[in-house]
Design a protein around this ligand. Structure first.
Ligand code: AVI
Length: 337
């Protein structure tokens, strides 16, 4: 008779998962209720773009990345295909052999999956605010790389980058693709980069960063207002997420998606515009919006290669290199500490 099959030897280990709910963590800023209420009650109402990413928002964003108008994802992937080997060599030159790859805003982890065979990390740490989405994605990475040590982290890293002890302190390489840094105001972006570059804080050896570059207004605006209306749905879904978080009564049918490039500030702005006069209520608050009044939901800053190199140096990185695509639409940076 055959011995019983050892199924545990065939199935990959499950990734470790740590959920760091930032709500009311001391020293990490206000929780969602306070933050959202303050933003919505302001004269120029705003909601942080991090509230796009509930489970549906993460799926809508994934759909955006496949749209013909949304060039950043495929352009960045093309750059990585040609610069993987250069990147691996740049790490090796700094004596980094088996890094701990910390994937900020990992989402579906697709970008890291393409990078892992080239960088051969000892540990992979996907970090995202969208916990359930990340759990599934981390499990998929594990099934592709069964021997890889994976520590998934559910946390809002925009509030701070204190990482738990389960994250290897040695040879940390932060991976921040997709131009998500562009969703910070430049001063905040600098602060965030300083935090990563400060050896006492992030224990980083370097940063792999994807950044969208300045280009013509028509290409930029089409990328943020696609013909199918997926970006509009992504923007409006933020109101559904807010409804759930603060028990507000936003009706998405009363709002319209707006995306505009502000060349002076070098940023795409996304707004939700009230199509009629209306009131929104949530416990302890009522906010009236006139027809045409807007909620600013996202800024997506576009940089020049020189501008980003200067920002990385100002943040404290010692060496900065970058690779781009033939149209110079997007750039991947390697910045070492
Ligand atoms: C995640 N982030 C870099 C995207 C961007 O392009 O700013 C979010 C996005 N907003 C609309 N479309 C995509």
């Amino acid at each position: 008779m055959n011995p019983p099959l050892n199924t545990s030897a065939l199935s990959p280990a499950s990734p470790q998962f740590i959920n760091r709910d930032t709500d009311a963590l001391p020293g990490q800023g206000p929780g969602p209720v306070q933050e959202l209420s303050e933003g919505l009650m302001a004269v120029d109402a705003s909601v942080s773009p991090k509230y796009f990413y509930n489970a549906l928002g993460s799926r809508l964003f994934e759909a955006i990345t496949g749209l013909s108008e949304y060039y950043p994802t495929r352009t960045e992937a093309g750059i990585f295909e040609t610069c993987h080997a250069h990147l691996a060599r740049a790490l090796a030159e700094r004596g980094i052999q088996r890094p701990c790859l910390i994937d900020l805003g990992a989402g579906n982890c697709a970008k890291a999956m393409a990078l892992i065979p080239h960088l051969q990390p000892r540990q992979y740490v996907p970090v995202d605010i969208s916990v359930d989405f990340l759990k599934d994605a981390a499990a998929q990475v594990q099934s592709c790389f069964p021997a890889l040590d994976i520590v998934g982290l559910g946390m809002d890293f925009s509030a701070g980058l204190a990482l738990p002890a389960a994250v290897q302190a040695e040879d940390r390489v932060f991976f921040y693709p997709g131009s998500s840094l562009g969703n910070f105001q430049p001063a905040q972006a600098l602060q965030f980069l300083q935090h990563i570059a400060d050896p006492a804080q992030g224990h980083a050896r370097g940063l792999v960063l994807g950044i969208d570059l300045v280009k013509d207004k028509a290409t930029l605006e089409a990328a943020y207002d696609d013909a199918l209306g997926v970006t509009a749905a992504f923007n409006k879904n933020l109101l559904l997420n807010v409804n759930q978080l603060i028990q507000s009564d936003f009706d998405v049918r009363q709002w319209r998606h707006v995306a505009l490039f502000d060349a002076a500030q070098s940023r795409i702005e996304m707004h939700l515009e009230a199509t009629q006069a209306l009131s929104v209520q949530w416990p302890g608050h009522t906010r009236r919006f006139e027809a045409g009044e807007r909620i600013h939901t996202e800024s997506s800053y576009k940089y020049t290669p020189d501008g980003m190199t200067a920002l990385l140096k100002q943040a404290g990185f010692s060496q900065v290199r970058h690779w781009s695509d033939p149209k110079n639409w997007f750039a991947v940076f390697w910045a070492s500490v």
